[in-house]
Ligand binder design. Sequence first.
Ligand SMILES: C[S@@+](CC[C@H](N)C(=O)[O-])C[C@H]1O[C@@H](n2cnc3c(N)ncnc32)[C@H](O)[C@@H]1O
Length: 290
Amino acid sequence: MATVATANEEALEAWNGVLFERFVQFRHVLVAGLAAHGRQAMQLHPPSTGDRVLDIGCGFGDTSQELAALVGPTGSVLGVDVAPRFVATARSEAALARVGNVRFEVLDVQVAEFDETFDYAFSRFGTMFFANPVPALRNVRRALAPGGRLCVVVWRRKLDNPWLHRAELVVKPLIEAPEETNEPRCGPGPFSMADADTTSQILLSAGFTDVEFRRCDIPYRIGADLDEAVAMNMALGPAAEAIRLAGAAAEPLKPQLAALLRDTLAEFETDDGIVANSSTWFVSARGSDH
Ligand SMILES: C[S@@+](CC[C@H](N)C(=O)[O-])C[C@H]1O[C@@H](n2cnc3c(N)ncnc32)[C@H](O)[C@@H]1O
C-alpha cells in the first residue's frame, strides 16, 4: 500500500469508496462533460512528441490514454491516483485498449517521491483534493525536468456552473451540516482552486513560475432527461455532498429534495437533454529551471 499523508486518509476513503462507486454509476454523463474541458486544455497546452508525462489524479485514466496518444510511442505517461480502485480500472482499460506507453501507480501526490523525471504534468480536475496543495504541487514541480510545464484544469466559481450552484442553493437550506459524520469528506473539494489569486499563490509557493489562467466555458449535458440530471446532482457535486454528509438525517428529505431539484433543473431543459454552462480555468505554469 502506498504511503498516504494522514491529512489525506479521509479523502482516500471517500475517493476509493462511495465516490468511486458514484463516478462509475454516472461516468457516461460525468466524464463526457469533463473530457470536453480536458481536450481543450490539451489543445491549448499540448505535450510534445516524445514527452514524459505525469497525469495527476488520473481517475479512470482516460486522460492518460489521450496524453499517451499525443506524445506518441517515443513518449510515455504515468497516471497517478491515491485511490486503488481508480488505478485498477485505469490499468485494465489501458491494457484492453492496448496502449503500450502508459503506466499507472497508486500514490498520494502530497507525499510522493518521484524517482523519475517528467517534461509535462497534466491534471483534469485532480488537484483540488489535496489537504495541503503546496507540498503536493511542490512534489510535482520537483519531478519536472528543467523547463518542464504544468497544465491543470480546475473548476471556476460556482456561479458560472449554475447546474451545480442552483442545486446546492436548493438543497442546503433544508439540510443541516452535521458537526459529526460517519461519511468521509473528499478533501478541500472541487471548487478549492476556483479563485485565481489563491491558486496562483499556491503554484508560486510550490516554486512554479509563469502562472497563467485561461477561462473555458462549455455547455455541459448533465443528463438525457430530468430524471438523470436530478439523480446525478443527488450523487455528485456540492448538493450531493451535503446530502451524503448529512447521513440518515437526509433520508426522509430525499423525495422533497428530488422534487425541488427537478423544478430547478427544468430551467436547463433543451431538445438535447439537460444542458447548462460549465466553466473552468486552464492553469498553466513552468517548473523552475532548477
Ligand atoms: C474529480 S476526480 C478527477 C478524476 C479524473 N482526472 C477525471 O477527470 O475524470 C479527482 C481524482 O483525484 C484523486 N485524488 C484525490 N486526492 C489525491 C491525492 N492526494 N493524490 C493523488 N490523487 C488524488 C481522486 O482519487 C480522484 O480520482
